[in-house]
Ligand binder design. Structure first.
Ligand code: AMP
Ligand code: ZN
Length: 122
């Protein structure tokens, strides 16, 4: 998509603070972070919203979601099961459509958290 911000980031036409990349996915830091850790994970292929996915995207969606705990661990907000119960953690979020608060119409997964407690509601 010529006019899509995240397609331009995926194709390196616009710079971003990239934290992970493979053939299919890109993860980068949100430009307006809601918490100490705020990453966006996108498929490189253009899909406008979660509602535009079809059965052929099922495996891609699984791989997208599976990146969240890996990235959270790398950025210090993994869930750790300690003797006193779970510690740490992060929020995963996909906004869909205007009523879902979506601003950029290229499917993306927010990974929001941080080493300190926070109460982001985004
Ligand atoms: P959403 O409301 O789910 O569509 O979220 C879009 C997110 O993209 C927001 O959290 C923005 O801060 C973020 N964003 C917008 N432009 C950029 C950019 N150039 N680089 C990184 N993040 C961006
Ligand atoms: Zn796009």
């Amino acid at each position: 998509m010529d006019n899509c911000l995240f397609c331009k980031i995926a194709s390196k036409k616009i710079p971003a603070s990239v934290v992970y990349e493979d053939e299919e996915m890109l993860a980068f830091k949100d430009i307006n972070p809601a918490a100490p850790v705020h990453l966006l994970v996108i498929p490189k292929v253009h899909v406008a919203t979660l509602s535009d996915t079809t059965a052929e995207h099922t495996a891609m969606l699984g791989r997208l979601l599976a990146l969240a705990p890996k990235l959270a661990e790398e950025h210090g907000c993994a869930v750790v099961h300690g003797p006193d119960g779970p510690q740490g953690g992060y929020k995963t979020l996909i906004n869909s459509g205007p009523n879902g608060g979506q601003e950029v119409y290229h499917l993306h997964l927010h990974v929001i958290g941080g080493p300190k407690p926070w109460s982001g509601q985004r």
